[in-house]
Design a protein around this ligand. Structure first.
Ligand code: ADP
Ligand SMILES: Nc1ccn([C@@H]2O[C@H](COP(=O)(O)O)[C@@H](O)[C@H]2O)c(=O)n1
Ligand code: MG
Length: 477
């Protein structure tokens, strides 16, 4: 495509909002996308999703954890047992081990557990003791690497509020006392070589009272109570599904503090349902997409800086409020992004809106970038408009161009309707200071790099250039 004709194309497609068209995309095309703007990107530590699993001894905690881990096979999951943090016994305690209460909160070195968790959450590997139930020692260690999911399991794992605080999800495995006792007898006699008399003594002296006094009272902290432990496949399936959703969605907001997902309501879900439905007419698609876009734009504007302003009301009282940010412009990514311009103009009277055209050239991923931006854009806060964040490639191109124009990274707010986690990772890691405002986070991308569940080709549906509409036009003319 010839440079001049592209300029004309943009001019024709967008209308002139201001002077200052720069045609330097071709020169920049071969220089590639800018490298990460700051080393801070490398320092971002993904916060793991921490699941706590509590319940009485032999209730099936380890079995439930194993089942969750098995189902989350495509995630990096690590299991940390509270048993690993049993205090070593003194020689005196060891000599009278049958009088030692292994079910009391004081039997555990919770400070050490907290220190290990702190390391894992900071992305550092940690050596976790391996507890030997036969020798009562934890002299050996295993190396645990930082992971996407950490499962903390143990009878008293909900006891200390500081440990509870670490958890994103708390599960209590609720199994009848007689089943727990029967399993314990079998386990302790077979696996731990203990005689049945000792097992029963320990149970009545320590295990049962501790369950009533310390373990059962922590059930109230659970988000989910699983009756029948590992037999409850439905509960485990639901939990795994929830973890997957959480990993892909809102926890992204914890990982990336500059990612904002507008608060979901049934109205918003209803609008999404309509625009995602492939049967929705163009008219309805535009109507509900516009409503959602307006919400995203309003939310995005809320992230602009403000100055305090006092006004005198008609009752001659003073109202202390704020003044809008004045140095502002929009930049839409042609063509879908243009659908967001009206909402921005409706909110910000007379706002300048620039345009960026990103063109994928063949399959080699090379992209041509043409732009028409305000000359003083480096002095402005920029609202970057593109309804769908998919792989993040276009967004990286667009943001890199803005940075080359001198716009500070922290002055860019990227507004979109839906975001794929992959795109969020790409953009937020590379540009940790930009803000992203979106209305929903998607499950992911399919093999063709299309957003799933998504809403199809947004530009075609919004501007009526999808196949059906073209046919309609052909038939009616
Ligand atoms: N649903 C089940 N049916 C039969 N045996 C089970 C079931 N769940 C666990 N067990 C057995 O009971 C014992 C205790 O289970 P485990 O998962 O280790 O419990 P916990 O970790 O709560 O102590 C183990 O020997 C295990 O094999
Ligand atoms: N040396 C030890 C240490 C602990 N116990 C018992 O283990 C139970 C906790 O383990 P779970 O896998 O069942 O959660 C607890 O009831 C302790 O009494 C032990 O017997 N010997
Ligand atoms: Mg266990």
């Amino acid at each position: 495509m010839e440079s001049k004709s592209v300029a004309d194309l943009i001019e024709a497609s967008s209308g002139v909002h201001f002077s200052g068209f720069h045609m330097n995309g071709l020169q920049e095309r071969h220089s590639g996308v800018e490298q990460a703007t700051t080393s801070a990107a490398d320092n971002i530590v993904m916060q793991p999703f921490v699941i706590g699993v509590a319940g009485g001894a032999a209730s099936g905690k380890t079995t439930v954890c194993d089942m969750i881990i098995q189902q989350l096979h495509d995630q990096r999951v690590v299991l940390v047992n509270q048993d690993s943090f049993y205090h070593n016994l003194t020689p005196e305690e060891h000599a009278r081990v049958h009088e030692y209460n292994f079910d009391h909160p004081d039997a555990f070195d919770t400070e050490k557990l907290l220190a290990s968790m702190e390391k894992l959450r900071n992305g550092q590997a940690v050596d976790i003791p391996k507890y030997d139930f036969k020798s009562y020692k934890n002299n050996q260690h295993r190396r645990v690497n930082p992971s996407d999911v950490i499962i903390l399991e143990g009878i008293l794992i909900f006891h200390d509020p500081r440990v509870r605080e670490l958890m994103n999800m708390k599960i209590f495995v609720d199994t009848d006392a007689d089943v727990r006792l029967a399993r314990r007898i079998r386990r302790d006699t077979v696996e731990k070589n203990r005689d049945i008399g000792t097992v029963l003594d320990q149970y009545s002296k320590f295990v049962k009272p501790a369950f009533d006094d310390f373990i059962l009272p922590t059930k109230k902290y659970a988000d989910i109570i699983i009756p029948r432990g590992g037999d409850n496949h439905v509960a485990i399936d639901l939990i795994v599904q929830h973890i997957r959703t959480k990993l892909g969605q809102h926890d992204l907001c914890k990982i990336y503090p500059n990612l904002y997902v507008i608060h979901s309501t049934f109205q918003i879900r209803g609008m999404h349902t309509l625009i995602r439905d492939s049967q929705t007419t163009k008219h309805d698609f535009v109507f509900y997409a516009d409503r959602l876009i307006r919400l995203v734009v309003e939310h995005g504007l809320g992230h602009l800086p403000f100055t305090e302003k006092q006004v005198v009301t008609p009752t001659e009282s003073v109202y202390t409020g704020v003044d809008f940010c004045k140095r502002l412009c929009g930049v839409s990514v042609i063509r879908s992004g243009e659908s967001m311009e009206n909402a921005l103009r409706a909110c910000c009277k007379g706002i300048k809106i620039g345009k960026i055209l990103i063109h994928r050239e063949g399959d080699n991923g090379q992209q041509l970038v043409y732009e028409k931006l305000p000359q003083d854009i480096s002095d402005r806060h920029v609202l970057l408009l593109d309804p769908i964040l998919g792989t993040g490639n276009s967004a990286v191109q667009a943001i890199s161009l803005l940075l080359r124009k001198g716009v500070p990274e922290s002055n860019i707010i990227f507004l979109n309707l839906i975001s794929a986690p992959q795109g969020i990772h790409v953009v937020c890691k590379r540009f940790p200071r930009i803000k992203i405002v979106t209305s929903e986070i998607e499950s992911g991308l399919n093999g063709d790099y299309r957003v799933i569940p998504g809403m199809g080709e947004f530009g075609d549906r919004y501007f009526g250039t999808d196949d059906d509409d073209w046919q309609e036009v052909t038939h009616s003319t």
